[in-house]
Design a protein around this ligand. Structure first.
Ligand code: GLC
Length: 436
């Protein structure tokens, strides 16, 4: 129950995030010029590449196999409900037809507005659409370069003392956000990335930006990185947040051990963003993919802690989602088709984590995600007399509650006689319990 006197920002946030917290599973897409060098999206910074040298990638960019309908279908079939595409990443390259720069996909050989094609294709599959927009810009001349912590030219003496006019950059950045939220119809999520050091909050003219964002798209959800980096969620989890605190926190490459709560222990919206291998942007040498089982269990873990998962793909220079990613997504999708009811609209169950796996819950449906079969009947601590019906979620088959003498020493616990000595689904076997 919400407290009687609540900050209106929190009330609005709860209303806005309702669909998001029911949808639970989204696709993150990191794609841009960096798909060509194929060493991840930070390459310009890590290898301290100058604008001149990075220009090759702009000149070459021509992803002839870009088929957003294929991406959208893959997301849909994986059971994802929304997506977030990098409209501009830190390298400053825009996948949309911005009027404020020449550094955009419509000026490459490709000559296409990828944001437009993406929103059209994903909406057509019934998915909600989000746009990632980098607050950081390693291309714009008015973004701090020399002496910045991460700019590619941070220690290039030629940039020392070079003047730049940050307010001009801010006008540009605000202008592009306005373009994205004006020219592409209804956008469901804007995903700003990221604040650091002094570049945080009002340094971005964050209040003004958020007011504009809300004016253009009142329903839109916003992450919390205008006021934070990937860490530092305290600005978000307070009960009296700043206007730019955002609608959800976005822990990166980690699932918060105990979920995320405000000062009173009340759950707050969050979304863990997770890569499928070890990079966001395409990395040809990185073949360290997570297994479908890891992905399913990570998603279940998020939901069991009231969170979402935004799972990343990094399409290559031709515009294709890597085959390995596609395979993992297809298997996850197969599991979701059979077990999606234990994810969508579900959240934390008010029960301790069971020995054999995890619980998720939606109303009087408790979902037991059984990872370990164990021996004998499956134990449900403290649920004796509370379970009306049990079935295997994947095929709806009935499972019988065990009332035999072997369980009689444990009067508070329920037990289910599982018909096989091995679990039918190695990824995650879900038992649906209808509670009294
Ligand atoms: C980071 C990285 C970035 C990536 C993002 C995803 O902040 O800078 O490359 O886009 O996280 O969460």
């Amino acid at each position: 129950m919400p407290p009687s006197v609540e900050n209106p920002l929190i009330t609005a946030r709860r209303e806005r995030t309702r669909w998001f917290l029911a949808d639970r599973f989204g696709m993150f897409i990191h794609w841009g010029l960096y798909a060509i060098p194929a060493r991840g999206e930070w390459i310009k910074s890590i290898e301290k590449i100058s604008d001149e040298d990075y220009q090759h990638y702009f000149d070459e960019f021509n992803p002839t196999n870009f088929q957003p309908k294929v991406w959208a279908k893959m997301a849909k079939e994986a059971g994802m409900q929304y997506a977030v595409l990098t409209a501009k990443h830190h390298d400053g390259f825009c996948l949309f037809d911005s009027q404020l720069t020449d550094y955009k996909s419509t000026n490459t050989q490709a000559g296409r507005d990828f944001v437009r094609e993406y929103v059209d294709a994903f909406r057509a599959e019934g998915l909600k659409v989000g746009l990632y927009y980098s607050l950081i810009d390693w291309h714009h001349p008015d973004y701090p370069a020399y002496g910045d912590r991460i700019h590619p030219m941070r220690d290039n003496e030629a940039y020392k003392g070079k003047s730049h006019n940050f307010p001009t950059y801010l006008d540009y950045m605000h202008g592009q956000v306005a373009e994205l939220l004006t020219n592409y119809g209804k956008i469901d999520i804007v995903w700003f990335d990221f604040s650091y050091d002094n570049l945080m909050g009002e340094a971005w003219r964050a209040t003004e930006l958020v007011q504009k964002v809300r004016e253009l798209q009142p329903h839109i959800l916003m992450d919390n990185r205008l006021g934070a980096s990937g860490e530092g969620n305290h600005r978000f989890t307070t009960k009296n947040p700043e206007i730019f605190a955002g609608d959800f926190a976005c822990p990166e490459q980690i699932i918060p051990p105990a979920g995320l709560v405000d000062e009173d222990g009340v759950s707050v919206p969050w979304e863990a963003c997770i890569t499928l291998n070890k990079h966001w942007g395409y990395c040809a040498a990185d073949r360290d993919y997570k297994s479908p089982r890891q992905v399913v269990r990570a998603l279940v873990e998020c939901v069991s802690k009231n969170g979402n998962m935004l799972l990343n793909v990094g399409p290559n220079a031709k515009g294709e989602i890597p085959g390995e990613s596609g395979k993992v997504l297809a298997e996850v999708g197969e599991w979701m088709r059979q077990n999606g009811e234990s994810i969508y609209g579900c959240g934390r169950a008010d029960l301790p984590k069971p020995e054999w796996g995890r619980y998720t819950q939606k109303g009087n449906r408790l979902y037991a995600h059984v990872y370990e079969r164990g021996i004998g009947p499956i134990n449900f601590r403290d649920l004796r007399g509370k379970i009306k019906k049990a079935r295997l979620l994947a095929d709806g088959s009935e499972l019988k509650l065990d009332t035999s003498w072997v369980t009689s020493d444990y009067p508070n616990d329920a037990f289910i006689d599982f018909p096989t000595s091995r679990l039918p689904d190695e990824l995650d076997t879900v038992i649906e319990l209808e509670l009294m």
